[in-house]
Design a protein around this ligand. Structure first.
Ligand code: GLN
Length: 216
């Protein structure tokens, strides 16, 4: 069922239109990764562009800037409402921060879109281990450990009962999780050429599309 090759082939047969919020950060890497996996990936900067996609990836970068620009461009409210209605979303690093219901060490006035029942601490590794790469065991993904790049990364400090933990550091801190149609990672698979989280997300998108078609 979790056969990646089958899912990639399916995505090529029926391209999934996935938006990448392209206000700031490493959105180009996400667009490239999604295209490689057969999705119809599109940058989203305007409300009309957002309304044309079936799912959204929120990239890494600087969450305070993504927050300000999304409010300035009138995207914050539509995105918030769509996530609350079940839009599939995947956030990496700053993107995870944007999805969190609760933030620790946020900048004054900083807001998130929310929807993900997690408490996320920004810049959780302090200045000592500001940025690092490590190999993570992720039980949900076949094919060996995940090479994960952490760059001034957040961690998930608390989470609700509906949240499924996908990966933790050896010290127990949670760095990847999922809840319904929401996926979040503290690290950047798009930067290390690791496709399996994006594949997992495309599977979630496919299921969500299927369900909405059936209920239409
Ligand atoms: N520290 C950044 C923030 O708070 C996130 C860093 C990243 O996305 N690599 O938004």
């Amino acid at each position: 069922m979790n056969n990646a090759a089958v899912n990639v082939a399916d995505a090529h047969a029926h391209p999934l239109r996935v938006g990448v919020l392209a206000l700031q950060g490493d959105y180009r890497e996400h667009l490239a990764m999604l295209e490689t996996l057969g999705a119809d990936a599109r940058p989203v900067r305007r409300v009309e562009e957002f309304e044309a996609v079936a799912a959204l990836v929120i990239p890494g970068g600087e969450s305070t800037v993504i927050d300000k620009l999304s409010r300035l461009f009138g995207l914050a409210e539509p995105i918030r409402a769509a996530i609350a209605s079940g839009l599939p979303v995947y956030g990496t690093c700053a993107g995870l921060i944007m999805l969190a219901d609760r933030l620790l060490d946020a900048a004054p006035g900083q807001q998130s879109f929310g929807g993900f029942d997690v408490t996320v601490r920004r810049n959780a590794f302090g200045s000592q281990a500001d940025s690092f790469e490590t190999d993570l065991a992720v039980a949900k993904l076949t094919g060996g450990t995940v090479r994960a790049a952490f760059i001034r990364a957040p961690v998930i400090e608390q989470f609700g009962a509906d949240v499924e933990v996908l990966a933790s550091l050896p010290d127990g801190r949670v760095v990847a999780a999922r809840q319904g149609n929401i996926l979040g990672t503290s690290f950047h698979p798009e930067m290390t050429g690791e496709p399996r989280f994006h594949e997992l997300f495309l599977q979630m998108v496919k299921r969500a599309t299927y369900r909405s078609k059936r209920t239409a």
